[in-house]
Design a protein around this ligand. Structure first.
Ligand code: DCP
Length: 220
């Protein structure tokens, strides 16, 4: 446990990467360790907010629903960041950081999130950073090429993602690259480990094993 402004916190790792980069598979690998609290992305909550599929609504009409969706993403991410656990390590799929720096930013750039709405999300984000315990210790960046994740996304055939284009994935890729690889876009919240996540499932385990010692630092 490390002590921060708001008391003890487990060694916290966030897993980032483009849509379809294999974040869920990566997290599943760490389910085998009882000292690791694995928090998968709350996509089912996004699909059912008191009966409303916010993810679906967002892709149906981004201009209309982007604020609603990203506000809820930010809340659910805050819940994960602050979730209590007795495990010495917490492993999270995504974070408030990628929500703000990648998705909100992209929507802003494209004029899909009105400036006033973006301002409200940013105010929440700044407040969260100042008053909540959302610090992280390590970022795992699952680095991919847009064409590879596009094929994966098409293959998994998630109903809501039918509207997602290769161009959108290319733009999201660039934002992840600038943020976590070139480190030129936004503040990086912790040291970054970069993995080659283009690799096929049969080979990716080697990549996972490479970063295990960096993740399991606080476990026995
Ligand atoms: N999404 C979004 N805004 C966010 C977070 C996610 O619009 N702040 C969308 C993009 C995807 C869906 O939610 O359509 C899930 O995206 P992720 O990349 O977070 O998760 P995946 O399921 O694609 O992860 P992976 O395939 O890497 O396991």
């Amino acid at each position: 446990m490390s002590v921060t402004k708001n008391g003890p916190r487990p060694f916290t790792v966030i897993v980032e990467g483009n849509i379809g980069s294999g974040k869920t598979t990566f997290l599943n690998h760490f389910n085998q360790y009882e000292d690791v609290c694995v928090l998968a992305e709350p996509i089912e909550m996004w699909r059912n907010c008191q009966g409303h599929n916010l993810l679906g609504l967002m892709y149906q009409d981004i201009k209309k629903w982007s604020f609603t969706f990203q506000s809820y993403v930010q809340l659910t991410m805050l819940q994960h960041h602050t979730k209590q656990t007795s495990c010495p390590v917490k492993l999270m799929e995504r974070s408030i950081y990628s929500a703000r720096y990648c998705f909100v930013e992209k929507m802003k750039q494209d004029g899909l999130l009105p400036e006033a709405s973006a301002a409200v999300i940013e105010k929440h984000f700044d407040w969260i950073q100042d008053y909540a315990n959302v610090d992280v210790d390590l970022v795992v960046y699952l680095r991919t090429t847009p064409e590879v994740v596009y094929d994966r996304m098409m293959e998994r055939n998630r109903q809501e993602e039918k509207a997602v284009s290769l161009d959108y994935l290319k733009a999201l890729h660039q934002i992840h690259e600038d943020w976590l690889y070139h480190k030129t876009l936004f503040k990086v919240p912790a040291p970054v480990i970069v993995l080659d996540a283009d690799l096929d499932k049969s080979l990716i385990r080697e990549e996972y094993l490479k970063c295990e010692p960096h993740i399991l630092v606080s476990t026995k």
